[in-house]
Design a protein around this ligand. Structure first.
Ligand code: NDP
Length: 293
């Protein structure tokens, strides 16, 4: 199985499917990362706020896969926004991961109540990019208003905006803004995890349309969702701590959804977000400090 490779707007190549590690407890992160790399994944998505960067680094080293073959993506947390704080945030993440250079560094959230700090943090990412400390920079959870402000007030177009995106919440307006600016859409909760652990009424894993399409290809609902992302040009970072699911989520390169099947999945959009409204993330509510390395 080979992963699809996506070329970012600055020429850097990103393997489309990565392993996500949000809510993966530190004591199982190393094993999950090793398992994913053994399976063939070459891209890991973590974040300073997940508190498992050290274990991600450990898994990478124990896997024996050369560092340069692995795409490491992490995110700065809002308590490290501002120019100097963001530069220091990079140092903390790099040290915990045990690497000199990070492949993709994102701002985890826009701080809409302190957008000045958000812009200064992004300017720090631009500096890290210019200095070769990161290979690409981007954002996460930026809705159009704030993405447009960022584009107007900074120099480097983000390579990626990582947003909630699964069949029940497709954010087509945000996706078309990305297309206009050459920003890659990267789906978080790509197999609708937030619709099961988030307590939503219906779980995407049980969706009759997805199950039926899966039956036609001998694949699971999760595999159908990942194939839908790939065929629509997105990156997706499914999370699992179970070896069999890590393998299942990577076994998506040997079948093709028809246009009719893609359209049937597009029609599942409810327009209802599973995760928090990005505007509700403030330093007061979510500003926990990120420990030193
Ligand atoms: P996912 O859509 O990846 O779903 C993960 C959930 O589904 C877990 O509960 C997992 O349980 C389960 N699962 C995994 N594979 C399968 C399968 N094949 N069949 C059935 N169940 C399965 O949701 P996440 O919210 O975890 O998103 C993925 C990644 O996106 C995160 O890990 C993180 O890297 C990123 N993310 C980013 C956010 C942001 O704000 N930027 C917010 C949320 C996520 P189990 O582990 O037991 O298999």
């Amino acid at each position: 199985m080979t992963n699809n490779i996506i070329t970012l707007n600055n020429g850097v190549e990103l393997p489309a499917i990565g392993l996500g590690v949000f809510q993966t407890p530190p004591d199982v992160t190393t094993t999950a990362v090793e398992e994913a790399l053994r399976t063939g994944y070459r891209h890991i998505d973590t974040a300073a706020a997940y508190m498992n960067e050290r274990e991600v680094g450990e898994g990478i080293r124990l896997s024996g896969v050369p560092r340069e073959e692995i795409f490491i993506e992490t995110k700065l947390w809002i308590s490290d926004y501002g120019y100097e704080a963001a530069l220091h945030g990079f140092e903390k993440s790099a040290k915990k991961l045990g690497v000199e250079q990070i492949d993709l560094l994102l701002l985890h959230q826009p701080l809409t109540t302190r957008f000045d700090l958000t812009l200064d943090a992004y300017r720090a990412l631009e500096k890290l990019l210019a200095d070769g400390k990161v290979r690409a920079i981007g954002v996460s959870n930026f809705m159009p208003e704030y993405l447009e402000r960022l584009l107007a007030e900074t120099s480097v177009v983000p390579a990626v905006n990582q947003i909630e995106l699964h069949p029940y919440y497709q954010q087509k307006e945000v996706q078309s803004l990305h297309a206009q600016h050459g920003i890659l859409t990267q789906a978080w909760s790509p197999i609708g995890g937030i619709t099961s652990y988030g307590g939503a009424e219906k779980s995407a894993f049980e969706d009759p349309t997805l199950l039926e399409i899966g039956r036609e290809h001998g694949k699971s609902a999760a595999q159908v969702m990942l194939r839908w992302h790939l065929q629509q040009g997105r990156s997706a970072i499914p999370k699992s701590t179970r070896a069999e699911r890590i393998a299942e989520n990577f076994d998506v390169f040997d079948f093709e959804l028809t246009n009719g099947q893609l359209a049937a999945i597009d029609a599942l959009d409810t327009g209802v977000r599973g995760g928090p409204d990005p505007d509700s993330i403030t330093l007061e509510t979510f500003g926990m400090p990120i420990p030193e390395a």
